[in-house]
Design a protein around this ligand. Structure first.
Ligand code: PLP
Length: 460
């Protein structure tokens, strides 16, 4: 019998792809093999991942944003070990959690206009709670959400998903959800005018495409919601906790929403957790009588490991100055990447805030490139970005992602601990790969042909 799970990992890690193909999601394994990402990562530390051969990779994905403080941070490990070593009375259920009290106090100190915290186990669960809270607080059924929005994949959250690829096959979803374009105040007012809308939920910076709102959008949104009695809910599950150089992204626009949803990085990457920060009057409409003290919740909400992860993460964000680092390194990266636009016709725009950066490509002007681009687009819209991410990974050991289905934007979401040297690693790699993508014929467009072939076969 093996009690040491780490040695079990070492024994079986070479079987991971066969185990997954057999017992889990085989399509994921096929995809990883097709793009050459099946390198067998064996270790993670800070902003780096190491494969079986010990090769170091720079992780610009950070587990979809959970590793803001980097992988396996010593302070986080210490906090979790201290819980395991202490025999604390976790999840008594007929008691209240001390650690949840501490974490709630500390979160509210960072967002002082809000008064209460509800803890969930994930981002999607926080969204579910916000939907229920908004309905309970207003007595209205409707929820307004944005085109291309992403709020998670459970049924309530999926009903607010602005991308049909995720929704298709799972309908019918929640009724009374109204989709409007992001960054469009006319559409918002039209949706709110019925006074049937409990809440408007929005990501301050859209994770799909890293799209930023106009400067006055969020402030006017708050005013409109207030005018029509609709709660203004901001999903900071990806943008929150320092990602954009501020504790919350909405601080850039000086706005005070009625509810703020956070999750991902609060976990330190180790113990799933989510939180709804809300105004007192909303919370008290839900938990309004003693016999309704548990009217919403879940068994593992507020568990000690999750609360400890949250407390340690907040400590590290402050003690290591990670908000400042995100602002500083983000500005450097954005500035340097933007200088490449003049040199590369395929590069359209670089945008973002702090360490949430989108690098957008677009159709070229020159005849040679245009023909290749059009062929690729015809095979599968958005495939071009793979021609950048694959060599970034294979040749430069940089892990990135495309910012959504059919997207021409590559998203950088690194741990907030990245250094100036890491930034130069990123800049040199992008410069080289983007330069290669302007050579026709060339290795990148040969890869394009292969991928286009896969895409055509997959679509039948
Ligand atoms: C903006 C946003 N909201 C909600 C979610 C859902 O969070 P989770 O995957 O923890 O359910 C995500 C996850 O990617 C997200 O980016």
């Amino acid at each position: 019998m093996i009690h040491n799970v780490a040695s079990l990992f070492a024994q079986r890690e070479r079987d991971r792809y066969t185990m997954h193909a057999c017992c889990l999601d085989e399509q994921m394994v096929r995809m990883l093999k097709a793009i050459g990402y099946d390198v067998g990562f064996c270790r993670g530390k800070g902003q780096y991942l190491y494969d079986r051969a010990g090769t170091r990779y720079l992780d610009l994905l950070s587990g979809f944003g959970v590793f803001a403080i980097g992988r396996n941070h010593p302070a986080l490990r210490e906090a979790l070990k201290s819980i395991l070593d202490s025999e604390l009375p976790n999840l008594v259920q007929m008691d209240v959690s001390t650690l949840a009290g501490i974490l709630a106090e500390r979160l509210l100190a960072r967002v002082p206009h809000l008064d209460k915290v509800f803890f969930a186990n994930s981002g999607a669960e926080s969204v579910e709670a916000a939907i229920k809270f908004a309905r309970a607080a207003t007595g209205r059924p409707g929820i307004v959400y944005c085109q291309h929005a992403f709020h998670g994949l459970s049924y309530g959250a999926l009903s607010l998903n602005g991308d049909d690829t995720f929704r298709s096959g799972f309908e019918p979803l929640l009724p009374d959800c109204v989709r409007i374009p992001f960054n469009n105040l006319f559409a918002l007012e039209n949706a709110l005018r019925s006074r049937a809308m409990a809440a408007f939920i929005v990501e301050p910076i859209h994770r799909k495409g890293v799209n930023l709102p106009d400067d006055d959008y969020l402030r006017n949104t708050a005013n409109l919601c207030h005018r029509y009695g609709t709660l203004f809910v901001v999903d900071e599950i990806q943008t929150g906790l320092g990602r954009t150089g501020r504790f919350l992204a909405i601080e850039h626009w000086n706005v005070e929403p009625d509810m703020v949803l956070i999750a991902k990085p609060l976990s330190g990457g180790h113990v799933p957790v989510g939180a709804v920060l809300t105004r007192k009057h909303i919370f008290e409409k839900v938990f309004n009588r003693m016999d309704r003290a548990v009217v919403h919740g879940s068994t593992f909400g507020k568990n000690d490991l999750a609360m400890a992860a949250g407390i340690a993460t907040l400590d590290v964000l402050t003690s290591e100055g990670l908000l400042e680092n995100a602002a500083r390194t983000g500005e450097y990266l954005l500035g340097e990447l933007a200088t490449m636009i003049a040199r590369y016709e395929l590069l359209r725009e670089v945008r973002g805030k702090g360490l949430m950066i989108g690098i957008e490509f677009g159709a070229p002007e020159s005849f040679k490139l245009k023909a290749s681009w059009n062929l690729l687009e015809a095979a599968s819209k958005g495939l071009f970005c793979q021609l950048i991410t694959i060599p970034l990974f294979r040749d430069h050991k940089i892990l990135t992602q495309v910012a959504g289905h059919e997207s021409h934007t590559i998203k950088l979401l690194p741990p907030l601990v990245i250094s100036r040297a890491d930034c130069d690693w990123i800049l040199n790699a992008f410069d080289t790969v983007i330069a290669d993508s302007h050579r026709v014929p060339g290795a990148i467009w040969s890869l394009g042909k292969t991928l286009a072939g896969h895409a055509m076969r997959a679509s039948g």
